[in-house]
Design a protein around this ligand. Structure first.
Ligand code: TXA
Ligand code: MG
Length: 327
């Protein structure tokens, strides 16, 4: 992979200053960035994604130093979390200060994070301001974990795409709201609930029933592949795969680990073997879903991961990907 040169980074920062859109890599997924202080530029993000205007964007910062420009009521707990997890895959929802309402989807809260990727940090440094960025995919689709995914899906809707190789984490940041009476986990990610709890020292709510929170990452059917997608317990996977395939559907089955490799070689379905380490699985998940979409299967069947904390982010994304087929 060719890392962007410093002149390309300067060029990208200028595109942002002129109200343009720059797609850039982060450690989680690629983001579609605009100058967070320029409502006209931010509106272009919503157009390019086809995203409803009331769904808030995350503002990306170069360091926590400018937190109190964007947000207010910054408690010790916030600084502790920032110190421990930034730069990194944690988004904090705080009370809005100077974050424009266009960015926050009209809400009085703002999502902030410092990404941990050299290209993202170089861009933020050169731009010297906040970059509003959702994942660089069309609304409701699978997030991009490679520059070529962005090119394929958004192409000329973006002024510049910065190359940064495959994303290290592969699932979107953990989102923690500190804007309410009690901390609340809005989206699981690779930073676990217990890691956050340990730094906070208080209980974190996990129910997503709060009706005044608008987060597309919380829509049940978000993160969908195009192809029909089903989740299935390990012990029924073979039976279900055969059943789908013998009804004439071109079927792909995503196994966890390669233990079943030999038995599944002569099956009617196409087997795919995903890593059995949660972080490795997460890193590969979205690229696998895109590959399978492009391979024109009629149905993707995925083995349900164990219901344990280390699999929480993967479980969450798989459940959302399968939702439209189940309910
Ligand atoms: O890892 C990530 O978070 C990636 C990279 C690019 O940073 N970004 C990302 O953005 O996943 P997006 O827009 O696809 O998902 C961000 C989620 C959305 O569900 C959004 O609604 C929620 O964050 N969010 C942003 N601001 C919020 C706010 N003020 N209150 C509640 N939810 C918020
Ligand atoms: Mg997204």
């Amino acid at each position: 992979m060719q890392e962007p040169s410093s002149s390309l980074i300067d060029n990208a920062a200028n595109v942002l200053r002129n109200g343009g859109l720059v797609a850039f890599p982060t450690e989680t997924v690629y983001g579609l960035g605009a100058n967070a202080s320029d409502p006209v530029a931010v509106r272009r993000i919503f157009e390019a994604k086809g995203r409803p205007a009331d769904h808030p964007l995350i503002v990306h910062l170069h360091s926590p130093e400018t937190l109190d420009f964007w947000a207010q009521d910054i408690t010790d707990a916030v600084w502790r979390l920032a110190e421990q997890f930034w730069p990194g895959p944690l988004t904090l929802i705080l009370k809005r200060r100077h974050a424009p309402l266009t960015v926050t989807g009209g809400q009085e809260t703002v999502g902030l994070r410092v990404p941990n990727h050299p290209v993202a940090l170089a861009l933020l440094k050169a731009f010297n301001g906040g970059i509003a960025a959702p994942s660089a995919n069309r609304f409701g689709k699978v997030s991009p974990t490679r520059a070529k995914h962005v090119r394929a899906e958004l192409g000329d809707r973006v002024d510049l795409i910065l190359e940064g190789g495959p994303c290290r984490m592969g699932v979107e940041s953990t989102i923690l709201s500190l804007a309410g009476d009690q901390p609340r986990l809005l989206r699981p990610g690779s930073i676990s609930l217990s890691a956050l709890q340990e730094v906070l020292g208080t209980e974190i709510l996990t129910s997503t029933s709060a009706s005044n929170i608008r987060a597309p990452g919380m829509l049940k059917s978000h993160y969908s592949p195009e192809t029909r997608f089903e989740l299935c317990p390990k012990d029924q996977l073979d039976r279900r795969g055969n059943e789908l395939a013998s009804s004439g559907l071109r079927t792909a089955v995503m196994f966890i680990g390669s233990a079943q490799k030999e038995q599944s070689e002569h099956k009617a379905f196409t087997p795919l073997f995903m890593p059995d380490v949660p972080a490795d699985y997460a890193r590969k998940l979205y690229a696998a879903l895109r590959l399978l979409d492009n391979a024109e299967f009629d149905v993707l069947l995925a083995e349900s991961p164990p219901d344990t904390e280390v699999w929480q982010a993967v479980n969450d994304r798989l459940k959302r990907a399968s939702y439209k087929n189940e309910g």
